[in-house]
Write a protein that binds this ligand. Structure first.
Ligand SMILES: Nc1ncnc2c1ncn2[C@@H]1O[C@H](COP(=O)(O)OP(=O)(O)OP(=O)(O)O)[C@@H](O)[C@H]1O
Length: 280
C-alpha cells in the first residue's frame, strides 16, 4: 500500500483489518430535523474494529446508518469526522492509489445481485473483470481462477456462459459472491445480502458465506435489519440506532443479556426473516 501514511493507531498484538475511530457522517439535505436543519446525521460517533477472521454483524432498523457505515468501510463514503484505519494505516483521506488498493482487499456483496451484476456480461466475463481492472495475471491464469471461483460458490461450469437474466436470484447472488472473491480479499462487507432473495434460498447463501469465511480465513461485516440472521452468522454483534452503536458484544451476550432497551425491542420485534430450518 504505497501511499498509505504510517500511523500507530492500531498496533497491539493483532491489528484490526478495519478500525473506524469515532466516525461521523453528515449529509446535507433540503429538510433535516428541527435540531439539525438541512442536514442528516447518518452516523454519529461510531467506533468499531473488525479483527482478522471474525464476522461482525451490524443490525438496526431502516435508516439507522448501516449502509453508510459499510460505505465508509469500503471507501465509497468519506467520514465527515473521525478516522478510518486499514490494517493499522490511516486511510481517512484516501488518494486514488489507496482506493484502488482497498478495492482489492475489501469486497462488497450488495443486497440485489440483479443490479450488482452487469446484465449484458456473461458470468465468465463478470468474474474475470476485477482481475482485468486490477491487472492480475494473464489470460490463462484468469480463466483458471474463474473456474475455481465458480466451483467455490457451488455452481457448475456450465453457468459461465450464461447472462445474469438467465439465472435465479440465488444463483446470481452466488455469482456476485464469486466476483467479490476474485481478488482474494481480506474482508467482505455483505450489505443485506439475503434480503432480496426467496426465503428458501436465504439459508443456502448464509451457509455459503459462512463456509467461505472459514475456508478462506476471511473477515466479514454482515449487515442486516434481521437480528436472527445476524445472530446466526456473527461472532460479534453491533446494534445501531439513529447513527450510534447502542450495544456491542458477542452474539451470546447480546441475546442473553441485552443491556440496551433498543436491543430488547429488536429482540422482541417481528418474527425472523430467516428460513425456519436455520437457528434450530
Ligand atoms: N446520500 C445521502 N444523502 C442524504 N441522506 C442520506 C444519504 N444516504 C443516506 N442518507 C440518510 O442517512 C440515514 C442513514 O441511512 P443508511 O442508508 O445508512 O441507513 P440504513 O440503516 O442502511 O437503512 P436501509 O436499511 O434502509 O438502507 C437515513 O436517514 C438516510 O435517509
Amino acid at each position: 500500500m504505497s501511499e498509505v501514511t504510517n500511523n500507530a493507531a492500531a498496533s497491539s498484538e493483532q491489528t484490526p483489518i478495519i478500525f473506524l475511530d469515532d466516525i461521523r457522517v453528515t449529509f446535507k439535505t433540503r429538510t433535516g430535523s428541527l435540531l439539525h436543519p438541512n442536514k442528516v446525521q447518518a452516523v454519529r460517533g461510531l467506533t468499531l474494529k473488525l479483527m482478522p477472521g471474525e464476522t461482525i454483524g451490524i443490525v438496526g432498523e431502516s435508516g439507522c446508518g448501516k449502509s453508510t457505515t459499510a460505505n465508509v468501510m469500503c471507501g465509497l463514503q468519506s467520514p465527515t469526522s473521525g478516522k478510518v484505519y486499514f490494517k493499522g494505516q490511516d486511510v481517512t483521506k484516501r488518494t486514488a492509489d489507496m482506493r484502488k488498493t482497498i478495492g482489492r482487499v475489501i469486497s462488497v456483496v450488495f443486497q440485489d445481485p440483479a443490479t450488482a451484476l452487469n446484465a449484458r456480461m456473461t458470468v465468465r466475463d463478470q468474474l474475470a473483470d476485477p482481475m482485468i481492472v486490477h491487472k492480475v495475471g494473464d489470460k490463462a491464469s484468469r480463466a483458471k481462477r474463474v473456474r475455481e471461483l465458480i466451483e467455490m460458490v457451488g455452481l457448475p461450469e456450465s453457468v459461465l456462459d450464461a447472462l445474469p437474466g438467465q439465472m435465479s436470484g440465488g444463483q446470481r447472488q452466488r455469482v456476485a459472491i464469486a466476483r467479490a472473491l476474485a481478488l482474494k480479499p481480506d474482508a467482505i462487507i455483505a450489505d443485506e445480502p439475503t434480503s432480496a432473495l426467496d426465503v428458501s434460498v436465504r439459508a443456502q447463501i448464509l451457509n455459503l458465506l459462512m463456509d467461505l469465511k472459514k475456508e478462506l480465513g476471511l473477515s466479514m461485516v454482515f449487515i442486516s435489519h434481521d437480528i436472527q440472521t445476524v445472530r446466526y452468522i456473527s461472532d460479534r454483534i453491533i446494534v445501531m440506532n439513529a447513527g450510534q452503536a447502542v450495544e456491542q458484544g458477542t452474539a451470546a451476550e447480546v441475546f442473553n443479556h441485552p443491556k440496551d432497551d433498543y436491543t430488547r425491542l429488536l429482540l422482541g420485534a417481528a418474527p425472523s426473516l430467516l428460513h425456519p430450518d436455520l437457528g434450530k
